[in-house]
Design a protein around this ligand. Structure first.
Ligand SMILES: O=C1C[C@@](O)(C(=O)O)C[C@@H](O)[C@@H]1O
Length: 252
């Protein structure tokens, strides 16, 4: 049973959790500046949050930007994410365009991983997973709740569903309303990791209450943590340099 995936030499799911930094620029100039800055930072993976891009509605402009990002980032593993407004993103697009855009991104081969939302239409998720795998691209199947933390059973059920649908990296990010909610997320992570997962998983408890999950989630089975290098893409993200220091101390 392999629990790890290797992307451009970075093995996710083995050793210390990997650090991912999102790019959230609105204009191409801002995005390329960010990409250049990220090259100087001690990170493992970059996520392009394309929903922040002002021209995300124009597929050709997105593809053009992606090629330029890849040129700057060279061999750094890159996740392409269009996060919908209903899951905490910047914009809403039609399911047709979501499918088209992700398919086109897969075909470029410039992103290593795409993030697909679990609560999209199931046939859409399946067809994107199939398409990505046919093109040797990994898939994160993600779910976000910016309001609350679902029950432990529900968190596990969503992660299992993401795994069943063929996601290489099942992921969930939820908002705690109490410290007990943070424990719920960590407990669900540990149960999923030890009992059901046959691949790396990513779990996050957001906001200031959940920061401990970004630092110590690896001890419970989360393989990747999101840090910021300037502007956050979600509440609770902390600076990469501090994140790295703590991950080294925790050795999880
Ligand atoms: O899903 C996630 C996780 C995240 O929401 C976080 O809480 O760090 C940040 C997003 O950019 C990313 O797509």
């Amino acid at each position: 049973m392999t629990r790890s995936i290797t992307v451009r030499g970075v093995t996710i799911g083995e050793g210390t959790p990997k650090i991912c930094v999102p790019m959230v620029g609105r204009t191409l100039t801002e995005i390329l500046e960010e990409a250049n800055r990220l090259k100087t930072i001690d990170l493992d993976v970059v996520e392009w949050r394309a929903d922040f891009f002002e021209h995300v509605d124009d597929r050709e402009k997105v593809i053009d930007a992606l090629y330029q990002i890849r040129t700057v980032l060279k061999e750094t593993p890159l996740i392409f994410t269009f996060r919908s407004a209903k899951e905490g993103g910047e914009k809403e697009i039609s399911p047709e365009y979501y499918l088209q855009l992700n398919k086109a991104i897969i075909e470029t081969g410039q992103a290593d991983i795409i993030d697909i939302e679990l609560f999209s239409d199931e046939s859409l998720v399946k067809s994107l997973v199939e398409w990505a795998h046919a093109n040797n691209i990994f898939v994160i199947i993600s779910n976000h709740d910016f309001e609350k933390t679902p029950s432990k059973e529900e968190i596990i059920a969503r992660l299992k569903k993401a795994q069943e649908l063929g996601g290489d990296l099942p992921k969930i990010a939820v908002m705690p309303q109490s410290q007990a909610d943070v424990l719920t997320l960590l407990d669900a992570t540990n149960i999923m990791y030890t009992q059901y997962a046959n691949r790396p998983i990513i779990t996050i408890s957001m906001g200031s209450r959940g920061v401990i999950s970004r630092l110590a989630g690896g001890a419970f089975g989360s393989a990747l943590t999101f840090g910021s290098a300037g502007r956050e893409s979600a509440p609770g993200q902390i600076a990469v340099s501090e994140l790295r220091r703590v991950l080294k101390l925790l050795k999880n």
